[in-house]
Write a protein that binds this ligand. Structure first.
Ligand code: 5GP
Length: 192
């Protein structure tokens, strides 16, 4: 998606050769015009797959998931939580996720009642690196017998193997931008 690539070129910061910081428009401050456009583009990609629910992980995925869900006929968004709270102790599904950015093992959780068996799930996330977060969400769906009908990612880092594994596994994966390298602070985008 050209608008996203342009924003990454203009405002994105490459940290070392493997981390992309997009705090200026996506992960901290949000450019709502770009966000809505991304939601619309995700919806256009996945409408034919008839998703009934959008699943993401807190916090960065939520805004994009809502934008996509609104364009898919206001279907619900379910975001996996990263920490347990006293009000949510029972009926929770869990999956383990190793965080690439925090270098820690985390548990993600959703309430089973909100992920009904037979749901047609569109997974949305801000970044795809090694695919851990996405695999964790796929695992939550597997536990209840929900079908993952698509995976929509804002920024895929093509030099990490999450995307390759998901495509090889047969998932319909669409990334709005694929960065194949960070070269001296400059981003090299894959032609799509
Ligand atoms: P994965 O689970 O695919 O290894 O990594 C994806 C998750 O880690 C995303 O949910 C995102 O929060 C975080 N992440 C991975 N790489 C980056 C990056 O380069 N920049 C940012 N901002 N987040 C990242």
């Amino acid at each position: 998606m050209k608008e996203l690539e342009d924003a990454i070129r203009k405002y994105g910061i490459g940290l070392g050769n493997d981390v992309v910081k997009v705090d200026m428009f996506l992960n901290h401050r949000i450019d709502t015009s770009l966000l809505m456009k991304m939601g619309e583009t995700f919806a256009d990609e996945f409408r034919e797959d008839a998703p009934t629910l959008v699943l993401t992980v807190e916090a960065s995925g939520i805004a994009m998931a809502v934008a996509a869900a609104a364009h898919l006929g206001n279907i619900p968004v379910l975001f996996a939580k990263k920490s347990a709270t006293v009000v949510q102790t029972e009926n929770m599904l869990q999956a383990q996720v190793y965080s690439f950015t925090h270098k820690t093992q985390n548990t993600i959780r959703v309430n089973r009642d909100y992920l009904p068996q037979g749901s047609r799930v569109l997974i949305i996330d801000d970044f795809l690196a090694n695919g851990e977060a996405t695999q964790g969400m796929i695992e939550l769906c597997r536990q209840v017998g929900a079908e993952v009908v698509g995976i929509g990612i804002a920024v895929e880092k093509g030099f990490q193997d999450g995307g390759k594994k998901l495509r090889e596994a047969g998932y319909k994966l669409r990334s709005m931008a694929i960065i194949d390298a960070i070269d001296d602070g400059k981003f090299v985008f894959r032609e799509q």
